[in-house]
Design a protein around this ligand. Structure first.
Ligand code: ADP
Ligand code: MG
Length: 694
């Protein structure tokens, strides 16, 4: 039953976007809002009141009864508290009211959001403020107002505020470079982001039977199914009806919210899929991705499915990531990572390229730490996702150009000497280089960089804040030199050549999954932080603190608060997983194995009584008993270790990764052995075969 959807007509209908605003408010109000967006100035209360009134009437027409200040606390998900529009008239009736001050500022009374120690307990309140660059929308009967979230003393308590700050910084520094190349027009450089979202969809009925999936989002146990993804028969395969109905429904909801959902296909693992939007400005892409994740979950439930956003729901099949496509673009639409046609455009491109390469090399630990998260530990470096080592894939053509600049040779004609930046034309660089090289954590793909280390459940804010800030810093350093140069062309040649030479170790076009690369990367001095516990402490290095405070992205306290929250999250997530392991081992797995053992023992007695051989039963019983004993002991050991988690957060993180995670893996191996030798009718939960090949 496919119903007709008029996409252009429904697109953005649930968003109070610029067009709606222009249609509905007086021109002077619209202009005041526009002015405030362009200059970053505050809205006057009068203007806010007008907009609020119009917004409210529009939202009521769309079925809204409530409004909410929607924000993105440091946990990486979104938060909302709903207030109705009702206001008593004094005669037992109500009218629907919404004022400018309610639009602009709210007080979610948010004392229980993790704050990483930012708010003193006596002033536990957090405040939200409308981000007028993001459009309000209607969803589930409420008017959603995208906001920033901060403390009484003005410290950012969310992910959106630092992202917006980093967008201002990168724009400011990029414009300095553009001016040097004669661009006097551009007022704003924007960051474009297109996050490709991977996810699993499994039947709700099977999900409901697995405690591990319900409590932790991933399977903590499970023997491999006889079939995995080795036939490659799922990737881009035909989408089954139930799933395609889900996808249609999802697209429609996203389009209504003005989200540019573009591509959908099956991914590598069974039951795994991907959604890619058309890229948009980073702040919008971040909001949209949060909505995509949330609506995926809700929409799946309507179709009797469950959407798993965990980075590694199933061992042995590919996990889910999020490729963050990132580029810079002027307000007139020129992509700054397009190599261009003239020597001048080429030279400008090379400056942006050199800045990026230098930044990623110098701040590799910072970038890596922005994706350090318990779920992602199961994915990075497991030959299905990029390794934990940061490197950049440039492709053959661009690498040849870089090498010729470093080596002082001419790319086109080795006989001719040096390639002169700003004078010689670059060879054309194909948009899609032969080898897509999915093994690389950072890849140049024609006119953008793809950062591929993000976990599927993570907010895209963290890595984008880091990319923007790093890039702002490097562009600023180059601008400092070039602005003061006696001879611009000489200085340009020198700085591009010196920068590429100093940072060429970060460029790697080979197979990132290979063992040789690990050895080679170590020789090059590149970091390899394999776990969250190893990587996160580098987040708050002196170098990073200097970087983020210099650019006003975070105060030191704000920055340390994020570190504290991520460390605590790692400890909490791992502890919940450990406890769930013990629970399932003691209450589900062991009892199942024991029931089956008891019945086998009975059968052995019965058979022996009538003189029939019970060889199979005997063998099985022996193996079951051994594995059951081991399981019991390991469950007890894990339980003991879980009661000894150190109080100090850093020590606890280390302990979780060194003690708890290995103990869980150890326990799992016995559980999975038991699963393989126990009669299926005794088994307490659906197996990998049941779930992945339903
Ligand atoms: P794939 O990597 O799967 O082959 P594409 O490279 O075409 O697909 O696009 C993947 C994502 O990159 C999409 O979300 C797309 O909108 C986004 N994208 C394309 N161009 C840019 C750009 N200049 N800046 C940021 N994102 C981009
Ligand atoms: Mg891609």
């Amino acid at each position: 039953m496919s119903h007709f959807i008029n996409v252009p007509e429904i697109f953005g209908t649930d968003v109070f976007n610029e067009a709606t605003m222009q249609q509905r408010v007086a021109p002077e109000i619209y202009n005041a809002w526009k002015q405030c967006i362009c200059t970053g100035s505050a809205l006057s209360l009068e203007v806010a009141n007008e907009i609020a009134e119009t917004m409210k009437n529009w939202a009521i027409e769309k079925g809204a009864t409530h409004y909410t200040h929607w924000f993105q606390p440091m946990t990486g998900i979104t938060a909302e508290k709903h207030d109705s529009f009702i206001s008593p008239t004094g005669d037992g009736r109500v009218i629907m009211e919404f004022s400018g001050s309610e639009l602009v500022r709210g007080e979610p009374d948010a004392s229980s959001f993790p704050s990483g120690g930012l708010r003193a307990t006596f002033e536990a309140r957090g405040y939200t403020a409308w981000d007028p660059t993001a459009f309000a929308f209607v969803k589930d009967g409420s008017l959603y107002i995208p906001t920033c979230f901060f403390s009484y003393t003005g410290e950012a308590l969310d992910k959106k505020t630092p992202l917006l700050r980093s967008l201002d910084e990168i724009s400011r520094e990029a414009i300095r470079i553009l001016r040097l190349f004669g661009d006097n027009q551009t007022q704003r450089v924007r960051v474009s982001v297109g996050p490709e979202q991977e996810y699993f969809l499994i039947p709700k009925s099977l999900y409901a039977q697995r405690l591990d999936l319900r409590l932790t989002g991933r399977t903590l146990f499970g023997a491999p199914a006889p079939k995995g993804q080795e036939l490659d028969d799922h990737y881009f395969g035909t989408i089954r009806t139930r799933v395609s109905n889900f996808m249609k429904d999802l697209d429609e909801q996203l389009w209504r919210l003005g989200i540019l959902s573009k591509t959908k296909h099956n991914e590598g693992a069974p039951c795994q899929h991907e959604l890619a939007p058309i890229y948009s400005e980073a702040g919008n892409a971040c909001d949209s991705n949060q909505l995509v994740m949330e609506i995926m979950k809700k929409c799946a439930a309507k179709h009797d499915l469950v959407c798993l956003l965990h980075e590694k729901p199933f061992a042995g099949v590919a996990g889910s990531g999020k490729h963050n496509n990132w580029s810079l673009c002027t307000d007139s639409g020129k992509n700054l990572f397009t190599p261009g046609k003239t020597p001048r455009q080429n030279a400008q491109f090379l400056v942006f390229l050199a800045a990026f390469i230098k930044g990623v090399d110098e701040y590799q630990d910072f970038l890596r730490s922005t994706v350090a998260y318990a779920g992602n530990d199961h994915r990075l470096g497991v030959t299905e996702a990029p390794p934990a080592i940061i490197s950049i894939f440039l492709g053959d053509e661009l690498t040849a150009v870089v090498n010729s600049i470093i080596g002082g040779t001419n790319y086109k004609d080795p006989e001719k000497s040096v390639m002169r930046i700003g004078v010689d034309v670059l060879p054309s660089i194909p948009k899609d280089t032969t080898d897509r090289n999915r093994t690389s954590p950072v890849a140049f793909t024609g006119n953008k960089f793809e950062f591929r280390m993000l976990g599927s459940s993570q907010s895209i804010a963290g890595p984008n804040i880091a990319l923007n800030t790093i890039m702002a810093e490097e562009l600023g350093q180059i601008a400092d030199v070039l602005e003061n140069a006696q001879d611009f062309d000489d200085a340009l040649q020198k700085i591009v050549c010196d920068t590429l030479t100093a940072h060429q170790r970060i460029i790697f076009n080979g197979n990132g999954y290979s063992e040789e690369w690990k050895a080679e990367a170590a020789k090059r001095g590149l970091s390899n932080h394999v776990s969250t516990a190893q990587s996160l402490p580098t987040y708050v290095s002196q170098k990073n603190i200097e970087l983020v405070t210099k650019h006003g992205i975070f105060t030191e306290a704000e920055f340390r608060a994020r570190y504290e929250i991520h460390m605590q999250s790692y400890v909490k997530v791992t502890a919940i997983e450990g406890r769930t392991c013990v629970d399932m081992a003691m209450h589900q797995i062991l009892p199942a194995a024991l029931h089956y053992s008891r019945d086998l023992a009975k059968s052995i007695l019965d058979k022996t009584a009538v003189g029939v051989s019970a060889k199979a039963e005997n063998q099985l019983l022996k193996r079951l008993s051994e594995a059951s004993d081991a399981l019991y002991e390991k469950a007890q050991a894990l339980s003991g270790k879980l009661s000894a988690i150190p109080a100090d957060t850093s020590a606890a993180a280390e302990y979780m990764s060194q003690v708890i995670v290995p103990a869980m893996d150890d326990l799992r191996s016995d559980a999975d052995t038991l699963e393989q030798i126990t009669d299926k009718s005794y088994w307490p939960y659906p197996t990998y075969s049941d779930i992945l090949f339903y």
